[in-house]
Design a protein around this ligand. Structure first.
Ligand code: SF4
Length: 81
């Protein structure tokens, strides 16, 4: 069975540096609402001004983790569900 992973972005902490969407464009995009990082529509279960959460498939785990590790303000978490 394929694993899925829960992703959460603290959009209040995000400084819109673009590292996340650059490293993992299949998961992250800067929102048109406030310019800050969010999960792409396909994987977002909730995106508001202060948080974006959702679930991604296993094949996107590595790049999501890479973005989380590179985020300068530790705004991204990726956890096994
Ligand atoms: S790497 Fe962090 S600060 Fe930069 S856009 Fe992504 S969530 Fe925002």
């Amino acid at each position: 069975m394929n694993m899925v992973y829960r992703v959460s972005i603290d959009r209040l902490a995000c400084i819109a540096c673009r590292v996340a969407p650059d490293l993992c464009p299949n998961v992250f995009v800067l929102g048109e609402d406030n310019g800050k990082n969010r999960l792409v529509e396909a994987y977002s279960s909730k995106t508001s001004n202060d948080v974006s959460t959702g679930v991604i498939p296993e094949e996107l785990y590595a790049c999501a983790r890479k973005a989380a590790a590179a985020c300068p303000v530790q705004a991204i978490t990726v956890d096994a569900t």
